[in-house]
Design a protein around this ligand. Structure first.
Ligand SMILES: [Zn+2]
Ligand SMILES: [Zn+2]
Length: 180
């Protein structure tokens, strides 16, 4: 395992969040357009704490999506600056918690803080782990030329190139046609 279990969960959630954007999603439309979309996304992860299920929350999470997207794949100095800014702005106070059988991990912001802010702070905490492990190269952009998706490569040898098998298959077909 490259990172701790909770960090890997966090990073795969961020991948799912970022890949709801129209230029990255499977449907080619924004898959985080409604509160129902947000509920569907959250249902696949064990989010605890405050969830409002309203429009302001959706707007906030969409803004968080943009802010995380802007730093995904950036270099170390930029990521470190982003992490420090984000944690300071949120007045993060780390504490050790356990829930949903995840095991001991850190929550750096209160459970009653808005969801968008909690996702942002959790992203910052996950990036701390990635920076400390010297593995920022694992936060990647999809190599398909018609896809703006991102992914975290958690494979042992770090050989993943695409955000999804859909992109991998599409590019394989294209390469095959090009060879013929
Ligand atoms: Zn947690
Ligand atoms: Zn892709």
């Amino acid at each position: 395992m490259l990172f701790t279990h909770d960090t890997e969960l966090n990073l795969t959630f961020l991948q799912a969040l970022l890949d709801t954007a129209a230029e990255a999603s499977e449907s080619g439309t924004d898959e985080l357009a409604t509160t129902a979309d947000l509920a569907a996304l959250l249902s696949r992860w064990s989010f605890t704490g405050r969830i409002d299920r309203d429009e302001p929350e959706l707007a906030g999470v969409r803004e968080t999506r943009d802010r995380v997207r802007a730093i995904w794949g950036a270099d170390e100095a930029e990521v470190v600056a982003w992490v420090n800014e984000t944690l300071a702005e949120a007045k993060a106070v780390p504490r050790v918690v356990d829930h949903d059988g995840i095991g001991w991990h850190i929550h750096a912001i209160g459970d009653d803080a808005p969801l968008a802010k909690r996702i942002l702070v959790e992203a910052a905490m996950a990036f701390v782990d990635v920076v400390r492990a010297g593995r920022l190269d694992r936060l990647r952009d999809c190599e398909a030329d018609d896809c703006a998706g991102v992914f975290v490569d958690l494979s042992k040898n770090g050989s993943k190139r695409f955000c999804s098998t859909r992109c991998g298959n599409r590019m394989a077909v294209r390469a095959y046609r090009a060879r013929r």
